[in-house]
Design a protein around this ligand. Structure first.
Ligand code: SAM
Length: 330
């Protein structure tokens, strides 16, 4: 895959076409506003994300996304759009810093950002070179490729290099069978959907509430050569899911009873998502189907009477969690 393809895939996922109205233009730089939906995804103040481009021999090259995070309105978040392998990287690295000084805010002249005291900048990168935690994924992918491919993680998407994803992967590989109809729910970047498609050589479904997670899942499936097998779409819980499955996999955000910042990757405030998933499960599992669920260790307060549950593994990573297997009472 070329670096240009990867960056343009990410920009397409943001709905950016290049032809958006220019908000500010000075010297060889220009700034455009992205849609408010992108702003909401990034948790940006006033739903506002800007895309800055630089003119290189008459071609506008997008270089950065800029936004003020709602919860940290004294900083400016910057997502570099320059892929590490981009042939223009050195030139851009020399040119672009001129642009990123305090004058940027004045030059952009945005009402929405006026009066803010910006004290710093924090990177919100695309992780182009992410690596999964542990050897399980590495060993699996090494059977299919010469070495573990670099599988990127887009901003706002849950990075897959974590012990929850690692353990969920181990169990779903043990439980999954050829010909199972499989759904990865809350798929994130979903290296698990790509791995399952490679393993079983068949269609795998993947859903998430975050559109960037869906774009990320499609890119990773393409990288792994299973783009035709991984079907991914946006769905809040079961809202856009019609089928019944033999196997559903969910590495869920953790239930939190406290009032937490909005973060569907990590927190499920009041267990709303978990309750929806478990209560709706009988409508989406085949009679002999199973849900492999990474969640809190004690699921008992959440299990409706028509479900059976047993723990496959309990572990503690700062908090007690578990991988559970659930099925519908016969
Ligand atoms: C802990 S992450 C797991 C991501 C990925 N499966 C992994 O293991 O790396 C939880 C995922 O659930 C998704 N999610 C949260 N609430 C959701 C909802 N109501 N419907 C669908 N997906 C949701 C988040 O966007 C996030 O991608």
């Amino acid at each position: 895959m070329s670096a240009d393809y990867e960056v343009s895939f990410f920009l397409n996922a943001l709905g950016y076409t290049g032809s958006e109205a220019v908000h500010s233009s000075f010297d060889d730089f220009r700034v455009q506003k992205l849609s408010p939906e992108v702003g909401r995804l990034f948790g940006a103040l006033n739903d506002l994300v800007l895309i800055a481009s630089v003119n290189c021999d008459g071609i506008w090259i997008p270089i950065s996304l800029l936004y003020i995070p709602k919860y940290e309105a004294k900083t400016i978040g910057v997502t570099s759009l320059v892929h590490p392998e981009h042939r223009l990287r050195t030139w851009l690295e020399l040119t672009v810093p001129k642009f990123f000084n305090r004058d940027l805010l004045k030059a952009v002249n945005l009402q929405e950002w006026m009066g803010l005291e910006i004290l710093g900048v924090f990177p919100c990168p695309v992780f182009w070179e992410e690596r999964p935690l542990g050897l399980e994924y590495e060993n699996f992918f090494s059977k299919h490729f010469e070495k573990m491919p670099k599988l990127p993680v887009f901003p706002t998407v849950y990075p897959y290099n974590n012990p929850y994803a690692q353990k969920t992967f181990v169990h779903c590989m043990k439980v999954g069978k050829p010909d199972d109809k499989i759904l990865v729910m809350g798929c994130g970047a979903s290296i698990e959907a790509a791995a399952l498609a490679l393993q079983f050589e068949m269609e795998i479904h993947a859903t998430d509430i975050n559109p960037l997670a869906i774009a990320n899942t499609k890119l990773i499936a393409d990288y792994c050569g299973v783009g035709d097998w991984v079907k991914a779409w946006v769905s809040d819980g079961y809202a856009e899911i019609q089928s019944k499955y033999d196997l559903i996999i969910l590495n869920a955000p953790l239930v939190s009873e406290e009032d937490r910042p909005e973060d569907p990757n990590r927190f499920d405030v009041g267990g709303k998502f978990l309750k929806t998933v478990l209560q709706g499960l009988p409508n989406h599992l085949q009679t002999s189907g199973r849900l492999i669920l990474m969640s809190r260790a004690d699921l008992s307060p959440y299990i409706p009477p028509q479900l059976l549950s047993h723990s496959l593994e309990l572990f503690n990573i700062g908090t007690e969690v578990g991988i559970h297997e659930l099925s519908v009472v016969g």
